[in-house]
Ligand binder design. Structure first.
Ligand SMILES: [Zn+2]
Length: 520
């Protein structure tokens, strides 16, 4: 490690510790006091993983699946577990314990074909906690009342863990940042505030009450249940990428330019950022994006104009860096909270699909940095829905950052920048999808970045919704993706996004691949 690396890590450690110093009693320093010090990644990981043995360490493949409470209620806990074990070769359950989103909760997404199992009707979801709340853990939290009501008293942890354990399965609770702001009393007290002063739909990463809320849930789950681990999905990015529409959603809607709440402004100032200039810069950038989206294309000279804005307001980049460093601090907080509650439990992170599609997001989500506060990492290497998503992302960034180029040129540039040469052309990408090779390449890249310090469990796309005329998952896709992940050196996979939307024929292809590899 050279001096500059060491300096960077030291700065990271200071920011990291600074973030947690404002928190109430979390025995965090104990477990991570050496994070980012002069130790190598591998040494850090040894510390991080001092207590627990994951299936990969015992020589067993780690085959996890994400599953919502609705599936257990509809199909019965034992029947679900039978199917997961027999068809999918699953040995690790990831029950979605907290979400307000359809990606993890509920049955099939309305409008998508119903799968070949479960109750064959669409449902409504309310969302919240799918396990009982133990009030003593929320004494300091401003968010206290968020039990999901739609499944009665069913408890996705208490009602499932004993049955899973009896079969030798491990259980990692899963939660995500998908909130319904209307349904959570006091949400405005923990929300992000955008550059225009509007309350946003996610939590502020620097708001002490938001951190207490997240840590309270983790403490509750890990203390009151016999869990083997936890996974958190922080599916969002900072203000720069959002303003530039560098995502795979629809563009032209209100851009999410966060966070400019009082906590962030104060902390940014303490870190030496000119916060007034950061705000001005983002307002100017948002105006530029709005203007360019109304121009006919192509629009020569757009990139130069954009770059001039960055030169005029370097605070734009400073604020983006501040955002993802704040996100890392929350990862660190939750890591420490898990270890405090149960030193043997494994804490890891689902990394949003964009990490494989956007060089901008990839630059921020640095697996090597993450390895300091992770027991494992799940990169979302979703190759089927990856086709339409990547095509949409390319059209979005072509509309803003790369307005001087054609969409086809922008795709070629991204293939080059991301190492994806040989994948489909733009006209075919939505219907062909990305290849199983992409799963292998992203797996190898992640393993290389963490230098083997923590296990990489790639996410396998099984029936993640796409439009009906776009790429749909086939059994051969699942089989090839699982094989590619293991052959690239991954010790495990996470079957994603949720069992309720997977066809059993596709799930069975995971089991087929595992048999081909020599068993789970
Ligand atoms: Zn904030």
């Amino acid at each position: 490690m050279d001096d500059s690396d060491e300096k960077k890590q030291e700065t990271s450690r200071r920011n990291f510790l600074k973030g947690i110093s404002a928190l109430p009693a979390m025995a965090f320093l104990t477990s991570r006091s050496s994070a980012g010090s002069t130790s190598t990644l591998a040494q850090s990981a040894t510390l991080a993983q001092s207590a627990a043995k994951s299936p990969s360490e015992t020589g067993k493949k780690f085959v996890a699946i994400q599953i919502g409470a609705r599936s257990f209620v509809d199909e019965g806990v034992d029947k679900c577990l039978d199917i997961l074990q027999e068809k999918g070769g699953v040995n690790v359950l990831m029950p979605a314990v907290f979400t307000y989103g359809r990606g993890l909760a509920g049955r099939q997404v309305p409008g998508q074909p119903l799968p070949d199992h479960g109750v064959l009707e669409y449902d409504e979801i309310h969302g919240g906690s799918y396990t009982k709340l133990h009030p003593e853990f929320y004494a300091k939290s401003v968010i206290k009342d968020f039990r999901a009501p739609e499944l009665g008293e069913f408890d996705i942890l208490a009602d499932v863990i004993p049955k899973a354990k009896a079969r030798g399965m491990q259980v990692y609770c899963l939660f995500e940042e998908a909130y319904n702001t209307r349904l959570i009393p006091n949400f405005e007290k923990i929300a992000e505030v955008d550059v225009y002063g509007r309350i946003s739909s996610s939590t502020c990463l620097n708001n002490p009450d938001a951190r207490v809320f997240l840590a309270s849930m983790v403490q509750d789950w890990l203390t009151t249940n016999d869990l083997d681990g936890m996974m958190w999905e922080s599916e969002r990015q900072g203000p720069l990428n959002n303003t530039l529409e560098a995502h795979f959603g629809k563009i032209g809607r209100q851009r999410s330019i966060n966070c400019f709440c009082t906590h962030c402004l104060q902390k940014g100032q303490e870190l030496g950022i000119n916060v007034a200039r950061a705000r001005e810069g983002y307002l100017a950038l948002d105006r530029w994006v709005a203007q360019i989206l109304n121009q006919p294309q192509p629009s020569a000279g757009s990139f130069v104009a954009l770059w001039r804005l960055f030169l005029e307001y370097p605070e734009i980049l400073a604020w983006e860096k501040f955002w993802f460093h704040s996100q890392e601090e929350v990862y660190g907080l939750l890591y420490g909270t898990v270890k405090e509650a149960n030193p043997k439990a494994q804490a890891g992170w689902h990394i949003m699909h964009l990490v494989t599609l956007s060089p901008f997001y990839r630059a921020e989500q640095d697996y090597a940095r993450m390895a300091h506060f992770s027991d494992y990492i799940k990169p979302s290497t979703y190759n089927n829905c990856g086709g339409p998503r990547f095509a949409q992302y390319i059209r979005n960034v072509q509309s803003t950052i790369f307005r001087d180029c054609t969409p086809e040129e922008v795709l070629d540039l991204h293939y080059k920048l991301l190492g994806n040469e040989g994948e489909a052309s733009l006209d075919k990408l939505p219907t062909v999808g990305l290849s199983a090779d992409y799963v292998g390449r992203e797996t190898r890249r992640a393993i290389a970045e963490v230098q083997g310090a923590v296990p990489i469990y790639p996410g396998i796309d099984i029936d993640i919704p796409t439009a009906l005329n776009e790429k749909r998952t086939q059994p051969a896709d699942v089989q090839a993706a699982v094989l590619a992940a293991f052959k690239a050196g991954a010790p495990g996979v996470v079957l994603s996004r949720k069992y309720a939307e997977m066809k059993l024929t596709n799930l069975a292809a995971s089991g087929e691949a595992l048999r081909e590899l020599g068993g789970a």
